[in-house]
Design a protein around this ligand. Structure first.
Ligand SMILES: *Cc1c(COP(=O)(O)O)cnc(C)c1O
Length: 470
């Protein structure tokens, strides 16, 4: 069979669109989507044929039926939502690639009413005049953290840029060399400084920075001292860093403000729940930092946001910076943030309700209950697999408490008729994708990050995965 013969056998777009199975879907799928799909499919056949060596041509068949089938599958795929809910069996609680913090079910109505209706977003109900979109959370943030004033932007990266761009533009900001953090993506403290028009003055060494390092670096052009929480790594061994409190007294003495990028921004003392101490926002306020920034969707457990708190005089200046408009948050974020912050008015309610805190503080007994329940459900299906519950460790993730290992229970699944890689892939391809870990050629599902409402999907995903590959 020659290339030209195969190419001449390719159907025309018209032939495919008039195929009865394609006519059937015209009612539900826009014609433009179908035509585009047909063109792409025929094109990819053509490119494949042209790229083949003569002896490979016998491997390809040009059949209109097969092309129609491919078009139908492609059209259905195109019409589905790309951004969909998945099941996180990895045990990484703040999984940035899977959406970081989950919002509490309890917030659903509050957020949806703002999304689908007009709201008080920027209006003062008493006067009928324009209000501030920050007003809804400022008092709450002040109440919970003890700070003087607050504002909210898109994420903590934006918060840091806004703070530096407002307080340090064309001036110098002093940071320890041990805190020149890279957060991920292209967010590196030295680059952010440069972008904000700030001259970085890095002091000390990677492992040790002394108070006199900061003091010696202060000059007439110094705009601020900055502390960056090394949230995603730890320097261990022969180390010294200056406490925020000491930096604040130096700043006071020299009349220079102190900025802290706190990263995760936890609002409860995790030590009480058996987890390593992570500096709380309240501690930083109490230590006297002039400006503190942190994320809304790390350990705070709310929506993606960057929260800036501190002295009113600086926050007022930030509000006048044009970047504030560029970084401004949407009403959905505001609704979710206010509702999440309200949970913190009672700490035990916050721990019970905010999914991030609930998952992090959950004990192995309740995780074990879920593991046993899921195991029993899967066993009932009598699939060709071996199941085991074992002790393991979950991670907090999201660049928070990188060394913390939370004891957990995992379900280990070994398929007997298909490979572990095949099963892992089919679980990922399941209609509600299931993300697992592979360890020593066994699938591992960590029950810490699994909800009971996911059990049915996991069973169905396993069953289909094994059937499909067998
Ligand atoms: C995570 C983090 C950021 C970035 O926060 P986002 O909300 O992800 O933009 C900045 N600084 C520190 C120290 C962080 O840990």
């Amino acid at each position: 069979m020659s290339k030209s013969y195969l190419l001449s056998n390719l159907p025309s777009v018209d032939e495919v669109i008039n195929h009865e199975r394609v006519i059937d879907i015209l009612e539900n799928i826009p014609r433009r989507v179908i035509v585009e799909r047909i063109r792409n499919t025929i094109d990819s056949y053509r490119r494949n044929i042209l790229a083949m060596k003569d002896n490979e041509l016998k491997n390809i068949k040009v059949e209109t039926e097969a092309i129609v089938e491919e078009v139908l599958i492609g059209c259905k795929e195109f019409m589905k939502m790309n951004l969909i809910e998945v099941i996180n069996g990895t045990g990484v609680v703040l999984h940035t690639n899977l959406g970081r913090s989950l919002l509490a079910d309890e917030l659903k109505d509050k957020i949806w009413s703002i999304a689908s209706g007009y709201s008080t977003l920027e209006i003062d109900v008493e006067t009928g005049k324009r209000g501030s979109r920050y007003s809804h959370v400022v008092e709450l943030i002040r109440f919970v953290t003890g700070a003087e004033d607050a504002m909210v932007v898109n994420n903590n990266a934006a918060a840091v840029m806004l703070v530096l761009g407002t307080m340090g533009k064309d001036k110098e900001v002093v940071v320890s060399r041990g805190e020149l953090v890279e957060i991920g993506g292209a967010f590196r403290i030295p680059d952010v400084m440069e972008q904000s028009g700030v001259k970085l003055v890095d002091v000390g060494t990677t492992n040790k920075t002394h108070l006199w390092d900061y003091e010696n670096a202060i000059g007439e052009n110094t705009a601020a001292l900055m502390k960056v929480h090394t949230s995603n790594y730890k320097i261990l061994g022969f180390t010294e860093e200056i406490s925020l409190k000491d930096m604040v007294s130096l700043g006071k003495r020299k009349n220079i403000p102190v900025i802290e990028d706190l990263g995760s921004g936890v609002l409860v003392d995790l030590k009480k729940y058996g987890i390593t101490y992570e500096p709380t926002v309240q501690d930083s306020v109490e230590a006297g930092a002039d400006i503190i920034t942190f994320s809304g969707d790390k350990l705070l457990g709310g929506p993606q946001a960057g929260i800036i708190i501190g002295k009113k005089q600086y926050i007022d200046r930030m509000k006048k910076n044009p970047l504030t408009r560029a970084f401004r948050v949407d009403k959905l974020t505001m609704a979710a943030l206010e509702a999440t912050l309200r949970c913190y008015l009672k700490e035990d309610y916050a721990i019970k309700t905010i999914p991030t805190l609930k998952m992090i503080t959950e004990g192995t007994n309740t995780i074990m209950d879920r593991a046993e329940k899921l195991k029993a459900m899967i066993e009932k299906m009598k699939l060709p697999i071996e199941l085991d519950i074992e002790d393991d460790f979950s991670q907090i993730g999201g660049g928070a408490l990188p060394l913390e290992k939370l004891p957990t229970k995992v379900l280990k699944i070994k398929a007997l008729t298909i490979s572990t890689a095949q099963l892992e892939e089919s679980l990922r391809y399941y209609e509600k994708p299931i993300f697992t870990r592979i360890h020593e050629d066994i699938i591992i599902i960590d029950l810490r990050t699994i909800k009971e409402r996911d059990f049915y999907a996991i069973c169905d995903g396993l069953k289909k995965g094994i059937e499909l590959n067998s």
